[in-house]
Design a protein around this ligand. Sequence first.
Ligand SMILES: NC(=O)c1ccc[n+]([C@@H]2O[C@H](COP(=O)([O-])OP(=O)(O)OC[C@H]3O[C@@H](n4cnc5c(N)ncnc54)[C@H](O)[C@@H]3O)[C@@H](O)[C@H]2O)c1
Ligand SMILES: [Zn+2]
Ligand SMILES: [Zn+2]
Length: 375
Amino acid sequence: MKTRQITAAVLDRSGENPRPYVRNEAMRVASLDLDPPGQDELLIRMEAAGLCHSDLSVVNGDRPRPMPMALGHEGTGIVEQVGPGVTGYAKGDRVVLAFLPSCGQCVPCQSGEGYLCERGAAANGKGEMLNGGFRLHECGHDVHHHLGVSAFASHAVVDRRSAVKVDADIPAEIAAVFGCAVLTGVGAAMNSAKITPGETVVVFGLGGVGLAAVMGALASGAAKVIGVDPVVEKLRLAEEVGAYAVAPDDLEAVMKREMPAGPDVVIETAGHARVLETAYRAARRGGRIVTVGLPAPDQTFGIPAVSLVAEGKTLIGSYMGSSIPARDIPRYIALWRAGKLPVEKLITSTHELGELNAMMDRMADGQGVRQIILF
Ligand SMILES: NC(=O)c1ccc[n+]([C@@H]2O[C@H](COP(=O)([O-])OP(=O)(O)OC[C@H]3O[C@@H](n4cnc5c(N)ncnc54)[C@H](O)[C@@H]3O)[C@@H](O)[C@H]2O)c1
Ligand SMILES: [Zn+2]
Ligand SMILES: [Zn+2]
């Protein structure tokens, strides 16, 4: 089969894009050539893709990546063609895409920690497919893949290990956010923090990932959840889903009143090292601190070394919510169907691909939760 012409959003420079992105056209919508799916791969017709802060971090340089790159890593679509060696998927299947394919053979994969897959992380860092190389090209030059997905596109070729089959009746904009915001946020609460009924939880940052973490904490039976964010609109949403919502300056007073012993669990999703320091201090003696945000690589954080021992705190890094996508996406969808994860509250608005720069500007200004592109 031959190459197919697709439409995709391409970033040419990481970290050298002046704001506003909409005026300076940081991302351009381009016509690319997409190879047919190779061994272990699927061709997907994209239905919906959400904008995550990790996309913005490639644009603003907080997460440097090889360029040019077709961005987007949170999405859903329909299998259009199945590559050689693929079983268990057929044309017409609806899939949600996960942003780290796991090889199944490295030490983390064999230890049940596919979210730390060495081959998957190496391929993602190089902007290549799990099986190596590029399926996207422009005028004969390779275009890098974003986290094995490149979802801001009419079509994508993905490794089968990036795709999880889901029911076709889920609205596309809702299915899309299970791929990153829900997988990461709910997973941080359920898999990384392992919240148990009656525990008290503070979540820093109430974007798509943080609000999903609030939902995951409440669905795990947390007695009380406090959400912290400087943006009023986010606080209102956190209250709607059942959390106490406070601006950073008011946190100490509210914690003293609602969680006088200190929270059992603190989840950081703001993506700043300073916020992680605050999160660490906030946890009670013996508490667990889960960090999810991805600060720029030059940010370091400081805690008194003795406090880990003397206060018995546990600091946990959480990539992809320590989730096993094929196990957890169906579980989270079942919880959504049961009314326990109000995922629709994450959806702020729907857009066309050409609006991506304006969407990036809004996210950089702290506005909105998940803005979704529909194809
Ligand atoms: N670990 C993972 O696997 C993974 C996956 C997806 C995203 N991420 C990262 O998680 C972070 C959140 O992603 P998102 O898409 O929800 O981003 P977002 O921009 O939608 O949300 C971040 C929120 O943090 C808030 N914030 C800023 N300063 C704060 C402060 N001082 N205290 C409290 N809140 C503050 C912002 O107002 C915003 O609401 C990003 O760093 C992203 O790169 C990590
Ligand atoms: Zn993401
Ligand atoms: Zn692996």
